[in-house]
Write a protein that binds this ligand. Structure first.
Ligand code: FCB
Length: 462
């Protein structure tokens, strides 16, 4: 086995994007509709009523965008592939123009010295599959593996590092329990059923890729630390443990041990249903990941119910006892507490738990960037501080023994931020919605100045 992951000597540096958030061109070149097209068309689902039909128009401007990544000196470009561009009906017919697009993108990345890292599922399920019950239907997991195989057949000679899912917690629980993400279903415990099928899809796709000779198949998780405000409050500690199970252990248990643990089953009895979790499912998932991606933004502090803010997404933890969430200052524009120690803890704990190489596959911050002067300079010092502190936390985690190979910033461009529409900007490059002009912010220049050894394997130091 020859790994193409960044080596252990340094922290490789990259930037991440996702198809629906930047591409636009949603009805071009035979792309089929996705659940995000349907969801955003429904009134009241997105804060500013917007959608991804134009987004950053990166479908047409990808070369300019990759020029920016190269100018930054990054070595890794993490992007996602839109399933409905490849298989507009979700299964069966393959759309060659969709494959052609990613073929061009990969070549353009390589031509600039960037290692392309592909994520197969960043939430844009073909609507045709949702019409057959989406991730609540076991067939979707099989369809995902077929799609993974089709994409690999075309790109596998050049893309060596693959991720199956991005944040399956969001796809399952925000999508099918809380209903705040597509497909917008509020069906409680259905979130657990979706989670199982997402894991199964990961396992089937990973098997497909491994059989085709890929050595580096990962899964990208938004694991999160949960900190009870009062560690002596037994009821709170127990409720927090249930939340931790639904957010973190639902993925790590199957991946590492091939089982759902008892604490999880206590809040998610759905996962004990043999009609859902069939013989062999968890054995297939166990050991299927060669690396784990961690997307980290914030820690979560829990408190006794009624004592603080109700978490807006509490419905996304079906079966758990209610808690309140305490969000301390400082917060970013999206309301997430800034605390880099959560990242350090998560990396150390996840490495200990999995023994696998880790990559920070997303980390970044939303701040309301205003265009300051005639040159359009954007002085996002708050974002620079955030990135610097989290890069330092990544280094501390490595010093404590966590095998962290890469630090990947979310995100290159101000883009379509899901249910927040265009109101929350995470980019290190400003995008003018009127004419799509890209303007690097101060954070872009700061990162560029702190990245050493340009090219693949480039590293970053605080
Ligand atoms: C993550 C998503 C990513 C982006 C950031 C802010 O949950 O993976 O697409 O929206 O949050």
């Amino acid at each position: 086995m020859i790994s193409s992951l960044p080596d252990t000597a340094t922290v490789a540096f990259g930037v991440a994007t996702a198809a629906y958030q930047i591409e636009g061109a949603t009805s071009e070149d035979g792309r089929g509709p996705s659940i995000w097209d349907t969801f955003t068309a429904r009134p009241g689902t997105v804060r500013d009523g917007s959608d991804g039909s134009v987004a950053c128009d990166s479908y047409h401007r990808y070369a300019e965008d990759l020029d920016l990544v190269a100018r930054l000196g990054a070595g890794w470009y993490r992007f996602s592939i839109a399933w409905p561009r490849i298989m507009p009906e979700g299964t069966g017919r393959v759309e060659p123009r969709g494959l052609d697009y990613y073929d061009r993108l990969v070549d353009a990345a390589l031509a600039r010295g960037l290692a392309p890292t592909a994520t197969l599922y960043h939430w844009d399920l073909p609507q045709a599959l949702e019409d057959r019950d989406g991730w609540l239907n076991r067939d979707t997991a099989e369809a995902f593996a077929d799609y993974a195989g089709v994409v690999h057949d075309r790109l596998g000679d050049r893309v060596r590092v693959w991720a199956t899912h991005n944040e399956p917690w969001c796809a399952a629980y925000l999508g099918y329990a809380a209903g705040v993400h597509a497909p917008g279903r509020r069906e409680g415990g259905a979130g657990h059923r979706a989670a199982h099928h997402l894991l199964l899809g990961h396992g089937l796709a990973a098997t497909r890729l491994h059989d085709a000779g890929v050595d580096d198949v990962g899964i990208v998780l938004n694991l999160a630390p949960y900190w009870p405000e009062d560690p002596d409050d037994e009821a709170l500690v127990a409720a927090t443990d249930g939340i931790d199970a639904v957010r973190n252990r639902v993925w790590l248990g199957p991946l590492v041990d091939g089982r759902y643990d008892d604490g999880l089953l206590a809040v998610a009895p759905e996962l004990a249903d043999p009609a859902l979790v069939r013989d062999g499912d968890l054995a297939l998932v166990r050991g299927s990941a060669d690396w784990v991606g961690i997307n980290y933004y914030t820690p979560f502090r829990t408190a006794a119910p009624g004592s603080a803010e109700r978490h807006p997404e509490q419905d996304a933890y079906p079966g758990t006892a209610p808690v309140s969430f305490v969000v301390r200052e400082p917060r970013t524009d999206i309301g997430w507490e800034v605390d880099a120690s959560g990242l350090e803890q998560l990396l150390v704990d996840t490495h200990r738990r999995t023994g696998l190489p880790l990559m920070v596959t997303e980390n970044g911050a939303a701040y309301p960037d205003t265009v300051l002067d005639a040159e359009g300079t954007i002085d996002d010092q708050d974002r620079i501080d955030y990135l610097r502190d989290h890069i330092a936390a990544t280094r501390r985690a490595r010093e404590a023994g966590a095998d962290v190979r890469a630090y990947v910033v979310w995100t290159l461009l101000d883009n379509f931020e899901w249910a927040e529409g265009y109101t929350k900007t995470f980019g290190i490059v400003h995008v003018d919605p009127r004419d799509q002009t890209r303007t690097p912010k101060a954070s872009f220049h700061w990162l560029a100045a702190h990245i050493s050894d340009p090219g693949v394997g480039s590293t970053v130091s605080p």
